[in-house]
Design a protein around this ligand. Structure first.
Ligand SMILES: Cc1ncc(C[n+]2csc(CCOP(=O)(O)OP(=O)(O)O)c2C)c(N)n1
Ligand SMILES: [Mg+2]
Length: 563
């Protein structure tokens, strides 16, 4: 017999060390006790971060993955531990975040008997993971873990679940199984087809009104540098999706800002009027496109995406390029392209930017939420990692924080998960300990996962929580105002807790600001403070997010473009 005898849990720890894991986000329970015991007994080179709810663990892992580019690793127990992860797994699937999630499972001999804390994790997670495994033989464990990290991080990233029955982690086994793998059915296409690149180069040479649309795929491919080179070389205007913010510098003269439901007039009209739309790593989701027939109606559409399933899914595509965004951009930079004179187009877009900027009403007390975001931008020199929840504050952060650098923007796009922002900030701060992490949250969403205050206290993580407190489920209130004749059904939060006292009860500093005059000094002071802070900013409840494309309307039918 070869090798040493150890437990399956010790073998798991070894596989994590081999995968260069530095942080695990988790929460213990019966089915993972052998794994937690192995964590205790082994001198591991990685850290385990105890959340206060499994949803906190998984959103933290998402935040960590988003800002570091490394996979987020999660460990939870069977049954309720696993089901508490479901929202985060779905969120990661929708936003293509690389996660490897370990769930405990009841022992193999009782699977299917409704054993204590048994849940069908394979069944539940099949539609919300890139791949999932249940380990049935411990000798497969090293290979499965290696495969899982490979699948999560390559091609289009996504979450992978490994369900581990308790007998596998508890029993004694050998420590030296093979971990080589071969996945003939999983070979993502990385390099673009040269003929498709030629077609795209030719289309660009003919275009009079070209436009680049950059999505999160550009970030995952680490292609921001190439995107900027390409745009500047040919003077191509650039708009981004919500998740693509930061992939192209927001302050660059070629930037039109974000497109879509709450995008800028300049960006949405550019999509409406362009004759060539080059989508790089965005998935044409409905919050971007509005009514499909009015989306880029005069344009040839090129779509660069690593996931072939995205091509033509929502928008008819003339030039598909299945490839890694960086490889495709490098190929385009090397292509022969002779641009038409697009001076008039560029002038028009610049004029749209100047004539129809984002606007807001400034108020003194309570504070204007958009003005608050502008001050956060100014005082952090535009260099903070910003995480948000979902709602009005999220859209204001997207509109008014000009992201110039990639991977500093952490938000829940596809699933729109309230409760995401604060735990995501915990993971972001752990992944990038030297950066300023500002978590802009709603008074509603913060109350969904604020138990993670224990974690920032325990670890003295200097996360700055900014509550944009409108005493409302603001985005719901806005839709009720606009589309339901001001019937504010269950959307006003007049019974919010005292957030300052709440923070203090966790041992975290709390401040409340309700006058404009106090905003700048408070932000300066808390950003300089070396510890966690919860700041409750009182903003005007009635403020709406504009411009807006109403549901069912076309991208050119924005309302609230001007005051
Ligand atoms: C988990 C979850 N439940 C419900 C919703 C629907 N929803 C979207 S925005 C919103 C209001 C959010 O309120 P708040 O967190 O205070 O942010 P605000 O819009 O006021 O800035 C709600 C309820 C959601 N996105 N996620
Ligand atoms: Mg609110």
């Amino acid at each position: 017999m070869k090798g040493k005898l150890i437990t399956g849990a010790d073998l798991l720890i070894k596989t994590l060390v081999d995968a260069n894991v530095d942080t695990i986000f988790g929460y213990p329970g019966g089915a993972v006790l052998p794994i937690y015991d192995a964590l205790y007994r082994n001198d591991t080179p990685f850290e385990h971060v105890l959340s206060r709810h499994e949803q906190g663990s998984i959103h933290a892992a998402e935040g960590y993955a988003r800002v570091t580019g490394k996979p987020g690793v999660v460990l939870a127990t069977s049954g309720p531990g696993a089901t508490n992860l479901i929202t985060g797994i779905t969120d990661a699937m929708m936003d293509s975040l690389p996660l490897v999630i370990f769930t405990g499972q009841v022992a193999k001999n009782v699977i299917g008997t409704d054993a204590f804390q048994e849940a069908d994790v394979m069944g539940i997670t099949t539609p919300i993971t890139k791949y999932n495994y249940q380990v049935s033989d411990v000798s497969d464990l090293p290979r499965i873990v290696k495969e899982a990290f490979h699948i999560a991080t390559t091609g289009r990233p996504g979450p992978v679940v490994i369900d581990i029955p308790k007998n596998i982690s508890a029993n004694i086994t050998l420590n030296d199984f093979e971990d080589d793998f071969y996945l003939p059915g999983y070979q993502p296409t990385i390099n673009p087809n040269p003929l498709q690149i030629v077609k795209l180069a030719e289309a660009l040479s003919r275009a009079k009104r070209p436009l680049l649309l950059a999505g999160a795929g550009t970030l995952f491919a680490d292609a921001s540098k190439e995107l900027k080179q390409f745009a500047e070389k040919y003077k191509l205007p650039v708009t981004t999706t919500l998740l693509g913010l930061g992939t192209f510098p927001g302050t660059n003269e070629l930037s039109l800002g974000m497109a879509g439901m709450h995008g800028t007039y300049a960006a949405n009209m550019a999509i409406y009027e362009c004759d060539l739309l080059i989508n790089i790593g965005a998935r044409f989701d409905d919050r971007l496109t509005g009514k499909i027939v009015d989306f880029a109606p005069n344009a040839k559409v090129a779509h660069i995406d690593i996931d072939p399933a995205e091509i033509g899914k929502n928008i008819k595509t003339d030039i598909p390029v299945v490839a890694d965004a960086k490889k495709a951009l490098i190929a385009l930079l090397d292509s022969k392209i002779e641009m038409q004179n697009n001076f008039e187009w560029f002038e028009k877009l610049t004029k749209n930017k100047q004539d129809y900027p984002l606007w807001y009403e400034r108020t003194d007390a309570p504070i204007s939420p958009q003005w608050l975001i502008e001050q956060i931008y100014n005082i952090s020199n535009g260099e903070a990692i910003v995480t948000t929840d979902v709602g009005q504050h999220q859209m204001w952060a997207a509109q008014f924080y000009k992201f110039d650098k990639p991977n500093n923007w952490v938000t829940s796009g596809g699933l729109g998960t309230m409760g995401f922002g604060f735990p995501a900030a915990v993971g972001a701060q752990l992944g990038r300990p030297n950066d300023l992490v500002v978590s802009i949250v709603g008074d509603g969403g913060f109350q969904m996962t604020l138990q993670e205050l224990s974690v920032i206290k325990q670890r003295n993580l200097p996360v700055k929580v900014i509550i944009v407190n409108n005493e409302a489920l603001g985005m719901v209130r806005q839709w009720q105002e606009s589309f339901y004749e001001e019937r504010y059904s269950e959307s006003l939060l007049s019974e919010n807790p005292d957030f300052v006292k709440l923070a203090e009860s966790y041992g975290v500093r709390g401040v409340k600001v309700d006058q404009e005059a106090d905003v700048i000094p408070t932000l300066q002071e808390i950003f300089a403070y070396d510890g966690p802070v919860v700041a409750d900013f009182r903003v005007v409840r009635q403020t709406c997010v504009y411009p807006m494309i109403a549901p069912g309307k076309g991208i050119h039918e924005m309302v609230g473009v001007t005051k």
